[in-house]
Write a new protein. Structure first.
Length: 301
């Protein structure tokens, strides 16, 4: 404080406080602008196809011993993981079932190679239709994790990610639903038609506006329209909480990998999933002993 009574320490503290508040406000303003931008972005990811690829292999172990010795000198000197064909893999599996300790594939003076394990490594892939705003793009095969693949095995032909106009990024829905379902009811995309029965909403159906009309071809309803009754049930009991596959008049599943929409749609008849007859079966791995010991009358003299 000076002779005139000014408290400079107090003024300095307040100046620092105001500077900190300014930084906070600027950061908040930037985040606010970012969130406002999120509201005007819309995207949907539809699972178009799926496949898993197996890479079979066998493990060979090399053993060596001294033929001059009268006692067992066997030692393991190397291990190789060898890629094999499907036919070779099946042969190895059968032989390991018969000889769990392994079987010899190569042998020379004082050494041999033994197959002790046969297994497969799997890779998993998806194809999608991506709809961002009103732009539609189909992807090539994209690698996915085994967990994500298994999570969506029943969701062929369904949207698995959706963010409508007016939603923030942290409101993205990642629960499987019929394609475009999360857009229904949003006036940015279309409107309800009363089907000439005003006042009876159960008969209403959703009509997409022109640039989103392609969604109607994916619904599997007569005329490609989605009824208010089904949408209302989904919106009340399923939205963002659990997958919705719908039920046909005979109690059969309507959407998803085993649903009537996928089975009856030409859109999915030429997919890898359809051509392979559904999900591929994994052949169980067959493992032999990790070390094969020798002894008198075996390796060596």
């Amino acid at each position: 404080r000076n002779d005139a009574g000014a408290d400079y320490a107090y003024l300095l503290d307040n100046a620092r406080f105001l500077q900190a508040e300014e930084k906070t406000l600027l950061a908040t303003a930037d985040r606010f602008q970012e969130q406002m931008g999120e509201l005007s972005r819309s995207y949907v990811k539809i699972l178009d196809d799926m496949k898993e690829e197996a890479r079979p292999w066998v493990k060979t172990v090399r053993y060596e011993w001294d033929e001059r010795m009268d006692w067992d000198t066997t030692r393991q000197t190397g291990t190789r993981m060898v890629s094999v064909s499907d036919a070779e893999f099946e042969i190895a599996v059968d032989r390991l079932r018969q000889s769990p300790d392994g079987f010899i594939v190569r042998r020379g003076y004082g050494w041999e190679e033994v197959v002790e394990e046969a297994d497969q490594d799997f890779s998993y892939f998806h194809k999608y239709t991506m709809v961002e705003d009103d732009v539609v793009e189909k992807t090539d095969w994209q690698p996915v994790t085994e967990a994500f693949y298994e999570q969506n095995e029943e969701n062929l032909g369904m949207e698995i990610v959706s963010k409508p106009f007016g939603a923030f990024e942290d409101e993205v829905i990642e629960t499987a639903a019929p394609p475009g379902m999360n857009l229904v009811g949003n006036p940015r995309y279309g409107k309800w038609d009363d089907n000439q029965t005003p006042g009876n909403r159960s008969d209403d159906f959703w009509v997409f506006y022109g640039k989103y009309r392609f969604f109607t071809s994916l619904f599997g309803y007569p005329g490609g329209y989605f009824g208010y009754r089904d949408w209302s049930g989904w919106n009340r009991d399923y939205r963002g909480r659990r997958p919705y596959y719908g039920t046909g008049t005979g109690g059969e599943r309507r959407w998803g990998s085993g649903g009537t929409v996928v089975r009856n749609s030409s859109r999915y008849q030429d997919t890898h999933h359809a051509r392979s007859g559904g999900l591929q079966k994994q052949t169980p791995s067959v493992r032999g002993a990790s070390v094969r010991g020798g002894g008198p009358g075996g390796r060596g003299k």
